[in-house]
Design a protein around this ligand. Structure first.
Ligand code: SIN
Length: 276
């Protein structure tokens, strides 16, 4: 197995490995690399939906997304689908998966099934590196805060997604909810401090005025999206990405209007987050 840095501060490319055919030793090595980097890219995988499911089950337990449609064959595999004539995509803004749950998802494994000829890259950000580089003043300001995370503004009755042509592909309107989490967490495997807020789901700091929260959150978001903490992954047939939702963000570029894109995603269950 070969591990190459993908970009300056974000992600590693793993080659000389087939995920469908991993030995126990390779799986253990992968766990170590995942804990250290939190964002793994694989290319040229021969990886059926059954292989996807088996790999996910070997790595952890699966948590099913409440809103996306599943594949007909496997209820554990969510479809991240955009039709040719559809305008809005899933995950088109920076977010991390399931931060609105009390026990947020640990990781997500995304597999390319149908790609547009151009566009449709996924961007990622490294929230451990971004936290380390915050000013001492901002670090001390956010140190003991908690933030409210929600999905109501996206998937609820009058949520943003419900107003778009994505609505007909979504379920779970009655399953929306909120959770609160520490703003700075300790990553359970790496032991690093991580900034745990995201533009998609974080509403405000608990107990703060909304506008004051917004100002600080916007400052944090502008910091995280600097090029030294982000990278863009260009998909090709056989590509797989595996990210740690506790220390990364991602967003799917919606720059391929008139073309279809289909990805398969399995989300892995996490554990309660611990404040730094
Ligand atoms: C997602 O938010 O999980 C989708 C990412 C993508 O489609 O690239």
């Amino acid at each position: 197995m070969k591990v190459t840095r993908y970009s300056e501060g974000c992600g590693v490319l793993i080659s000389d490995i087939q995920l469908a055919d991993l030995s126990d030793t390779q799986l253990a090595d992968l766990r170590t690399i995942f804990a250290e980097h939190g964002l793994l890219f694989f290319r040229d995988q021969d990886f059926s939906p059954q292989d996807h499911l088996q790999f996910a089950q070997r790595f952890g337990s699966i948590v099913v997304n409440k809103f996306f449609r599943a594949t007909e064959e496997f209820p554990e595999i969510a479809e991240v689908r955009k039709e040719k004539d559809q305008h809005t995509n899933i995950g088109g803004g920076w977010h991390t998966d399931h931060s609105y749950d009390d026990i947020p998802a640990m990781g997500s494994i995304l597999v390319a099934r149908k790609l547009p000829e151009t566009g449709g890259d996924t961007q990622f950000a490294n929230l451990a590196n971004a936290y380390d580089a915050l000013s001492p003043k901002l670090k001390s300001l956010i140190e003991n805060l908690r933030a409210v995370h929600s999905n109501k503004h996206l998937y609820g009755e009058n949520g943003l997604y419900r107003m778009t042509d994505l609505a007909e592909h979504l379920g779970g309107m009655d399953r929306v909810g909120d959770a609160t989490h520490p703003v700075v967490i300790i990553h359970p495997e790496s032991g690093r401090k991580v900034l745990y807020v995201n533009p998609g789901h974080t509403i405000q700091f608990e107990g703060w005025d909304f506008t004051e929260s917004r100002n600080i959150l916007d400052e944090l978001y502008a910091h995280v999206t600097q090029p030294q903490f982000t990278c863009s992954f260009k998909w090709s047939p056989g590509s797989v990405t595996f990210w740690d939702n506790r220390c990364t963000w991602h967003q799917a570029n919606n720059d391929y209007q008139g073309q279809a894109r289909l990805m398969h995603r399995i989300t892995l269950a996490g554990s309660a987050l611990t404040a730094a």
